[in-house]
Design a binder for this molecule. Structure first.
Ligand code: ATP
Ligand code: ATP
Ligand code: MG
Ligand code: MG
Lengths: 250, 250
């Protein structure tokens, strides 16, 4: 059972879209997948059409409900999800007062059935929630736009992960950077890609996800782009990424 | 002297790019402009080439230094800035313990020279920092991508602003929503725009900012796109927005 953080503290870098799309591709390939929405803004839950639910990841973190009780099964997508809601913002503040606060997710995310992959969608900040995700995870995927501002964020992500690796979770491994919303015609995309490859000791996935309106439309239908528009460029790109992921994530 | 929050808790919606570009356009038109980087990730500071500084907005918030002391003058852009650094993340946590914590920015942002506009760039969350910005502000600009997930965020922004207006700052006024990174060919952009106009009681600016690689390149040169690429589409769009802003912001 692999726990994978989808992380980038920069906003709008395709974290949620990647968590959903990768999850849907893996589910199509017969893997058992659990998605966890760890963002108080609940984009992942919303994108999969989840408006009503009994329990959230916040309830799980507070120890009010067992993780298993908070699971919603999505029949069409073939995967499970633990949703979030805005109460998670206050719960993050409460957890900050607990001793071993970075371990709260690890302590409460127990008693789950045997999933192949648990993908955790993180919020755009290096808040306690993201640290909790990195502390419980085996692997990390970093979706990134190929822009100048994304580079500024990369330093911070890398040093945060190095810190967590040495203090809290030695087994944590960066699987790689996934270039997203790529416009292949742009010189900038290739320049940023090359710069990262030369200056950072982080693997970059071969696959990249093109900028494609279908990915931006899918959330209003409550579906992954994989199911909403299977022949679209973004769906095809995520299929290729899913294959690459399966090879590397052993 | 008008204080304006550039706010949207959704990540990557062009807040920082808008704060810088609008500021640069107003400065070109002879207005005295101060930019405040209120994001611990310091994108605004980085985008304007500020790597070394004596004081940050964090020092100001903690009362360690007068606001005036933290100002950096940017000669080429013709505007002033109070930068931020990652220490702002811990400072936000400290401020949360203070009584009247939503008023800390209002209390410490004093003794400034007479600026025409103070533009405050907010982080991607509805954290205490964003609330402080909204509490001290006269006006709000909401930059938004025209995608389905942006709509989910709009409810939350609106209710947060309504709450602050009734509890903390009755004079707060939403100037409008600015569509950013727009691809005019996309049906989705027009659908989202129409949906907002029909369902939200929030004005939408006539101007919109097109998706344009020059805007994504500018930060690596430490310049606003207005100065980096004055004849680019994004620079022209921000010029038009600057004119519209001046008419409305009276
Ligand atoms: N490949 C793509 N092509 C076009 N639009 C995309 C693509 N991937 C994501 N988007 C859109 O871009 C916006 C940002 O993506 P997303 O919400 O997945 O990023 P995020 O990193 O999770 O953001 P946040 O930091 O706010 O959590 C969304 O409106 C999404 O629908
Ligand atoms: N008009 C545009 N065309 C193309 N790229 C743009 C445009 N405006 C902004 N960008 C790029 O898109 C990314 C997100 O923009 P920006 O950082 O300004 O958003 P933000 O809302 O401040 O993000 P965050 O939520 O992380 O603070 C950046 O890499 C930026 O350079
Ligand atoms: Mg997200
Ligand atoms: Mg920003």
């Amino acid at each position: 059972m692999k726990f994978i953080s989808i992380v980038n503290q920069k906003g709008g870098t395709g974290k949620t879209t990647t968590a959903i799309s990768l999850g849907a591709v893996l589910a199509q390939k017969g893997r058992k997948v659990l998605l966890i929405d760890l963002d108080p803004q609940g984009n992942l839950s919303y994108s999969l059409g989840i408006n009503e639910f009994n329990h959230t990841i916040g309830d799980v973190l507070m120890g009010d409900v067992a993780a298993k009780e908070a699971i919603v099964h999505l029949k069409e997508e073939g995967l499970d999800i633990i949703p979030s809601s805005i109460d998670l913002a206050n719960i993050e503040i409460s957890i900050a007062q607990i001793e071993e606060r970075e371990l709260q997710l690890k302590k409460t995310l127990t008693g789950l059935r045997k999933y192949d992959y648990v993908l955790i969608d993180c919020p755009p900040s290096f808040s306690l929630l993201a640290v909790n995700s990195l502390t419980v995870s085996n692997q990390v995927i970093i979706p990134m736009q190929m822009t100048a501002l994304s580079l500024q964020g990369l330093d911070l992500i890398y040093s945060t992960i190095v810190q967590i690796k040495s203090n809290l979770n030695p087994k944590l491994k960066i699987l790689g950077i996934l270039p997203v919303m790529v416009d292949k015609r742009r010189k900038l995309s290739n320049e940023i890609k090359a710069y990262i490859e030369e200056n950072f000791d982080i693997k970059m996935f071969e696959s990249s996800i093109r900028n494609n309106v279908k990915a931006a439309e899918a959330p209003s239908f409550g579906k992954s782009v994989i199911n909403y528009a299977p022949s679209s460029n973004s769906a095809k790109d995520y299929q290729a990424f899913g294959n690459e992921f399966l090879l590397i994530s052993k």
